[in-house]
Design a protein around this ligand. Sequence first.
Ligand code: KG4
Length: 343
Amino acid sequence: MGNLKKDEIILGIESSCDETAIAIIKNDELIANVISSQIEVHQKYGGVMPEIASRLHLENIAVVLDSALKKADIKMEDVSAIAFTRGPGLIGALHVGLQAAKTLSLIYNIPLIPVHHLAGHIYANEFVEKVEFPLLAVVVSGGNTELVYMKDHFDFDIIGETKDDAIGESFDKVARVLGLPYPGGVAIDKLSKEGKHTYKLPTPLHDDSLNVSYSGLKTAVINLIHKEEVNSNEIRVADMAKSFQDVAVNEIILRVKRASERYDFKEVVLAGGVSANSHLREEIVKLFENNDKVRVIIPPLWCTTDNAAMIAKVGTYLYKRKMFAPLSVGVDPSRKIEDYDKF
Ligand code: KG4
């Protein structure tokens, strides 16, 4: 059974980083999903410039809203609740989504539903099929790297996380030193297909926890490049990309394997921008191919990166639970997933 009754409509707003997005779900069906990406603007800086991101969200949000309402063929008066990303994310960028949500809530007297961005990435998998519990969510994005164990809906337990950089951040930083365009993960993934794992790189964490670390790996790549330059050796960019990607992905795979030895789960779901990585997708499938107790769910590429469909999807669950926030609700750039229900 779905979350929404006939003619109930959730409008989702996402503005946590460099995508201004609005999506609409009616009767549990996605009827509009508009995304205005700022990637081209940030590309010339080699990464997301927070101040520019906020300004562009401000310029784009009304246009994106108008386009989503037209696509869905509805009016604001028809909307049952507004779900928006409360955090984590860039503070200025989040504020634009929050203020748009509050303004619409006030004008049209529609309840507000704050959504945790990473819960959105996890629930994006429901565009493939309904998730089953207990599950392990492998959250790998530009700003976060977490293993989240869920016994039930909205029961989030972080059992492993990065000690420093997020995996996507390390892809982006390594890509930048290799002269590859932003977003670096896409470029490294593509180039790795032409490369060989010839460079020796260290594996950063040697404890037996479920945590990962990416800052040392990134520094090792940078140091290796400098060493090669000093010695006037040519850097084989594709080989470096492949060597880095293998180690970065293996770090996560090793922790997922460990988690499967310590926790019981029926499903593993990938979530976040880095879940688009072809090597990670292959390796996670391989890890469980002979395990008929665990099902692997991989989100379709269209909902691996930031979008508002996933925010609206979470909104449908929280709407059913009437988890509405007061108008005084604020954004929270470093929000923890366990605190999704605290206003
Ligand atoms: O989830 P997302 O859109 O934004 C955050 O919420 O952080 O993730 C963006 C991140 C970037 O770091 C980007 O380089 C990475 O996802 N990414 C990839 C791939 N596609 C995007 N990383 C590795 N391989 C890919 N194919």
